[in-house]
Design a protein. Structure first.
Length: 239
């Protein structure tokens, strides 16, 4: 709440987030959009405890992130947050299944077998579990990353341009899967994207500009999102 992030000082001072107040409802799929440099990544990194805010507070469930010591923050990220990155971030020496269960192995937790089965079937990876990442297509690798994020049933999943490296068909598969995880598994998902089609899979879209939330759209269509983004382009040209 009232989240601020300032980089640098003096002439190089940049206010990346300007007292942003947002909340992500449980079981909802939110997309974050906005022109380049509007603060999308900064917002996500602060909300996920990957970066510290300059002011304001972040809560995940009942826990306040701001003020947590490094160790506690690492543990909270591991236990309560799932991450999906543009570049998949899989370990090349591990099989798909080993990648999926890695966070839980590190945490010393036994995966819930029934849940893991559900996740694996939902992402359609049953016959690829023994494959290494290099033996999988980009879309399959990202589905492994999605399964990894979901396997521990985190409170919230943050996805940073999850379809940025995928062709449109593979991207659509990943988005449909994220959509299902929200609808059928009650997962909470927050996704940063530049793509209006990707954003249309979300329940709501937050639009950022100059470090502030300037608009919100519920039940977005790709056309409506595209129109809204064009207004930013027009405003950019005028200033
Ligand atoms: N480490 C940093 N040091 C200084 N300034 C930074 C740093 N990281 C980001 N910024 C600045 O903060 C502002 C917001 O950046 P941010 O990466 O959050 O934007 P974005 O909306 O994610 O952009 P893009 O769509 O291009 O990824 C930008 O003006 C950027 O130049």
């Amino acid at each position: 709440m009232g989240l601020s992030k300032v980089y640098g000082a003096g002439d190089t001072r940049v206010v990346a987030l300007d007292e942003v107040s947002v909340s992500f409802a449980r079981g909802e799929f939110t997309a974050i959009m906005g022109p380049s440099g509007s603060g999308k990544s900064t917002l996500m990194h602060c909300a996920a405890g990957l970066d510290s805010a300059s002011g304001g507070s972040v809560h995940i469930g009942d826990t306040e992130l701001t003020g947590l010591a490094d160790k506690a923050l690492t543990r909270l990220r591991r236990d309560k947050i799932g991450f999906i990155f543009q570049s998949f971030n899989l370990l090349p020496t591990l099989t798909a299944l080993e990648n999926i269960t890695l966070p839980m192995d590190i945490a010393g937790r036994k995966p819930d077998k029934a849940w893991l089965d559900t996740v694996v079937d939902t992402v359609g990876l049953r016959d690829r579990l023994g494959h290494k990442p290099t033996e999988l297509s980009g879309g399959q690798q990202q589905r492994v990353a999605c399964a990894r994020a979901l396997a521990s049933r985190p409170e919230i999943i943050f996805a940073d341009e999850p379809t940025g490296n995928l062709d449109s068909r593979a991207g659509a598969e990943v988005l449909a899967f994220l959509r299902r995880s929200v609808r059928e598994m009650g997962q909470t998902v927050v996704m940063v994207t530049h793509d209006p089609v990707a954003a249309s899979y979300a329940d709501r879209v937050l639009f950022l500009a100059d470090g502030r939330v300037v608009d919100e759209m519920r039940e977005p269509t790709s056309d409506a999102v595209l129109e809204r983004m064009k207004q930013f382009d027009a405003a950019g040209r005028r200033s």
